[in-house]
Ligand binder design. Sequence first.
Ligand code: URP
Ligand code: ZN
Ligand code: ZN
Length: 474
Amino acid sequence: MYDLIIKNGFVVSPSSTVKCDVAVNGRKIAGLGHYDESEGKRVIWAEGKYVLPGVIEAHMHCQAPFQGCLGANSFYEQSVSAAFGGVTMYMDFANMGKGDSPLVQALARADEMKESAIDYSVHGKFVESTPEAIADIEKMADQGIPTFKMFMTYKKEGVMSDDETMLKVFEKAKQVGGLPMVHCESNGIAETNIEKCREKDDMSWVNFAKCKPVICEAEAFARAVYFAQCVGNALLVVHTTNGEALNTARRAHEKGTPLYVETGPHYLTLFDNLYKEENGHLAICSPPLRTPKEAAELWEGLKDGTILLTGSDDCTFDIDEKSMFLEKKPDGTWKQDFTKVVNGISGIEIRLPLLLSEGVSKGRISINKVCELTSTNIAKIYGCYPQKGIIAPDSDADLVLVDMEKEVTLSKDVLHNNISYCLHEGFKVKGYPVMTIAKGKILVEEGEFKGEKGAGEFIRRKIDPQYLERYGLN
Ligand code: URP
Ligand code: ZN
Ligand code: ZN
């Protein structure tokens, strides 16, 4: 007898879509095949639905103090919103300032995440390379935290890693099976441009994107890749937005450099025209939103395997936080100053729907590719495969049932976060998660959350050395 049988769905993996049943015992997948309904204590009929491994969100910033703001969701609330988007595991970053211990901060973050209803993990963060900080890298890897983010910008915020820090973290990460994650934007290019805007007294939302153009990201991207080639370590670049960076990645892949590229659904579906709007500050994120041409290049990068993973880079800043340092002019419009707006936008709940709709329903990518981009590749690259990221015997029974015919008009009212605006307001999607199951338990069913606060567990991660030594995931 099985605890649960999901019957007659199309079970999706990176390489196949097979109509079969999934049997679950306790928290694990017991088998795939054909089971009689009498063998299940509960049977879920999935006729016509697709069954994917639970979505993994490896890029979000929840309750993360940044530029004077914090975000509107608690971790529990974040996990509820995530579950509605098919997410069954998420990862956040340690909060770091100069003088902090990366290890202590990472463990503190894991502690804060205990209230989550879904499984979780933490990435370390480096803002300096003191001997003490570097020594923490091995300790973090030993504790199941082998990934570390660094920013190449945000110098004023005190979190930028200088070149030496990057090289030293790369070196140590290589020794202990770790993977550095880099936010690529040239602080020098951005700040020089910002200074010019200030001289002209034009700090408009539109100028935000102009101060951080493609070349600002592409220069830092190339520098990070050269550093990785110099050290000979693996590297992951987060939230990549443009074709120029992808061409650098392609050249690196040709040389065998284990360079992994992430993009976010907002860069595929939202554009810099939003900065022309009065409330354009709500769309301020770094790197900035780009043009439809760059988005088309990203879709190409997804198709040809240059980009192997997606992350929402979710930040839960509501209108009050996005606007809190701004002033209004006598006519009631904003006195625009993009340097007074916290960077970051929300998206954890809509990453899967956007990829299903703009990707699969529009014929750009297959549902198997979506499975890779939202789950399998993330589990592999971040080191929790095959516990996560695949529907296979002995893997955690983390599943999302998708109805490719379901149409939803995205809106703040259909999402489950504490944010009173949605940048995709009115955006129609076709293809939506209809049930989320985590470790064999129903999390979301018929629009209702059935999970439990604190049910999430810390997932220790270890990256398969082959992924750190050469490019590719097979
Ligand atoms: O604008 C963004 N992306 N804010 C969050 C912090 C980061 O850079 O990832
Ligand atoms: Zn970033
Ligand atoms: Zn981020």
